[in-house]
Ligand binder design. Structure first.
Ligand code: SAM
Ligand code: SF4
Length: 327
């Protein structure tokens, strides 16, 4: 079992499988993209399989596959097949922009992978195209509806972006009234590859909640697990639920149970900090398993208690892009 220096059990790994993406969401990276890593600086699929196995052996029981866009990797199913065989791994989840997932839906189902987070920050095509800078709205929407109809446990991640998609908050809730889906509203974080700088946000979780309650006054607070990053609610008469994720306000840090590993091997113990170590060369060295375990133990032994503490410790992290961190 992995336990950090604040006595928190670390059982959740967010594994980024690539830094590449076919969209250019303006809150995530500049329009020209970022300096993507050379292929040889990314883990191979074999290495990702081995890494996952080691991490599960160390006590990780939940892995979320993220990126970049996981499905730009043509060999992604090899990793997912491997994950589905790992004993002790109870939860396999994927975060995706849902542009490329269509051909894989059947296989995901047969592997028993049911938890899919779809990032969708708009319900209008026009808003979607302005934010993502790409013309993929219909594909995403159709894949989303297909995933829901096929019985996947779907959550929508919607970042509240001032002057961009606030007008879509109520319509997305109205649309999801008839579907058993959770729409989670996230605060914007300044990890966009340096394309936009800010030190505060107007659309924080309180403002988003007030906005929703002004239209749907009958909401009930739902119970959530202690390590949940979202506070969840049900609107009376709605099949689905909604959640608020204070990713910038950081009210949930105290019970953080997660570790991130980027596609280039960086071990990230908090979004608001710098990588503690890098596993790529370690993975490619002799006796990799033992050395990786040591690096992981060392990294989680130096975690900050909160994102604010981490930010203070490592200044200048806001040049990063979420496509290389994994969200
Ligand atoms: N491409 C996939 C997707 O978009 O779902 C997975 C990678 S993406 C980096 C993971 C998550 O990070 C997405 O839900 C995305 O909305 C979120 N994200 C990206 N940039 C963000 C930012 N600046 N602030 C808050 N969340 C962000
Ligand atoms: Fe790509 Fe996801 Fe970043 Fe959008 S948020 S640019 S889909 S990695």
């Amino acid at each position: 079992m992995l336990v950090d220096n604040h006595n928190r059990k670390i059982n959740y790994l967010r594994l980024a499988v690539t830094d590449r993406c076919n969209l250019r969401c303006n809150y995530c990276m500049p329009s020209e993209g970022i300096q993507f890593a050379e292929n040889k600086k990314l883990f191979s699929i074999k290495e990702l399989c081995k890494l996952s196995e080691i991490m599960v052996g160390q006590g990780i029981d939940k892995i979320r596959i993220t990126g970049g866009e996981p499905f730009v990797r043509k060999d992604i199913m090899v990793l997912l097949q491997k994950l589905s065989t790992l004993e002790g791994l109870e939860d396999i989840s994927i975060t995706t922009n849902a542009t490329l997932i269509g051909p894989y839906i059947e296989e995901l189902k047969s592997l028993g992978i049911r938890n899919i987070n779809v990032s969708l920050d708009a319900i209008r095509k026009e808003t979607f195209e302005k934010i993502t800078r790409r013309d993929q709205y219909e594909t995403v929407y159709n894949n989303l509806i297909r995933l829901i109809s096929e019985g996947f446990n779907v959550r929508i991640n919607f970042i509240a972006l001032e002057n961009q998609n606030i007008q879509d908050i109520i319509p997305i809730l109205e649309l999801m009234k008839h579907y058993p889906v959770s729409v989670r509203f996230l605060e914007e974080m300044p990890f966009n590859g340096g394309s936009k700088k800010f030190e505060s946000i107007r659309w924080n979780y309180k403002k988003i909640l007030n906005h929703i309650i002004s239209v749907f006054p009958e909401v009930t607070l739902l119970p959530s697990p202690k390590t949940s990053t979202s506070v969840n609610y049900q609107i009376k008469g709605h099949k689905g639920t909604f959640g608020l994720i204070p990713s910038f306000s950081r009210t949930f840090c105290g019970s953080c149970n997660r570790l991130r590993i980027s596609a280039t091997g960086d071990v990230i113990t908090c979004l608001y900090g710098k990588p503690r170590t890098n596993l790529l060369e370690v993975m490619r060295s002799d006796n990799a398993e033992q050395h990786i375990e040591e690096h992981i133990l060392q990294a989680i032994g130096t975690r900050s208690k909160t994102g604010f503490e981490e930010q203070e410790r490592y200044k200048g992290v806001f040049e990063n892009s979420m496509t290389s961190i994994g969200g």
